[in-house]
Design a protein around this ligand. Structure first.
Ligand SMILES: C[S@@+](CC[C@H](N)C(=O)[O-])C[C@H]1O[C@@H](n2cnc3c(N)ncnc32)[C@H](O)[C@@H]1O
Length: 257
């Protein structure tokens, strides 16, 4: 599935036409760097299964939103009756197990999940169909661009980032999502009282998160250091195995001042 608008062809012999209104909408707002500053993912190989492909066919049109680069129209996305409900952004939902679990627990909350991994999007659509969930919408697009171009300030009630790619090697640390520029953007997009919940099983990244979130002036730690795991976040299969082997998992929950 492709969701990136085609760039108009340029021809050196003729002056380019003035941008159409829809092209102007895709320019970044003042103060936003473009192109994006963090490339936090590589598109993983992985086959979309027949079940996931079928879920795309049946549910894709309703639940996968196009990346427009324009502020999210919540009425168009969730319907007039549900548009005013609290909105939680999830970055990198993977195969969507936690997303579906939490959305089922909280039917009066809307969830917007960003994920670039196509089989993952198919897997979440499958959950949506099997569980009859109506409160999830998906953007199969780089979350950094979604945050920059589609999410206005003070529009979110929460942000979930569960097990973001740890980028273990020092030379790759620049690809980590949880760095101060992105954290500042997320904090600005939370409503006062909204929360940012991160979890990781990589201790050095947990320490970095604690430091970066703690240094963001708009955020306040809800705990003294790491937080107890909130009940709504399910244990993943991988996490259960890790815990049996004595590996740690660290949750961090910060609230917007
Ligand atoms: C390590 S996986 C964790 C998945 C899931 N949250 C879990 O707990 O199992 C990280 C996921 O984040 C996605 N991801 C990383 N950067 C992203 C970005 N900028 N926008 C959207 N998805 C991203 C990757 O494709 C990957 O599926």
């Amino acid at each position: 599935m492709t969701d990136t608008p085609k760039q108009p062809d340029t021809d050196a012999a003729s002056a380019p036409p003035p941008p159409a209104p829809k092209d102007r909408r895709r320019l970044p707002p003042p103060g936003v760097e473009f192109p994006k500053t963090i490339k936090s993912f590589v598109k993983r190989a992985g086959r979309t299964t027949t079940g996931q492909a079928k879920a795309f066919e049946v549910y894709g049109a309703r639940y996968v939103l196009p990346y427009t680069g324009a502020p999210l129209d919540r009425v168009a996305a969730f319907g007039a009756e549900a548009a005013a409900r609290p909105l939680i952004l999830e970055i990198g939902f993977g195969m969507g197990d936690a997303t579906a679990h939490i959305a089922e627990l909280m039917p009066a909350t809307n969830f917007l999940g960003c994920e670039v991994h196509e089989p993952g999007v198919g897997a979440l659509l499958k959950h949506i169909g099997e569980r009859g969930l109506t409160n999830i919408r998906i953007l199969q697009h780089d979350a950094v661009e979604v945050i920059d171009h589609m999410l206005p300030e003070q529009g979110l009630d929460g942000v979930h980032i569960f097990f973001p790619d740890p980028w273990h090697k020092t030379k790759h640390h620049k690809r980590r999502l949880l760095q101060s520029p992105l954290v500042a953007k997320l904090a600005a997009r939370l409503k006062p009282g909204g929360y940012l919940h991160c979890a990781t099983d990589w201790e050095p990244y947990a320490q970095q998160m604690l430091q970066v979130l703690g240094a963001e002036p708009l955020l306040k730690n809800s705990a003294d250091g790491y937080a107890p795991k909130p009940d709504y976040r399910p244990l993943t299969k991988f996490e259960k195995r890790g815990l049996r082997l004595g590996h740690g998992v660290w949750d961090l929950v910060f609230t917007r001042i």
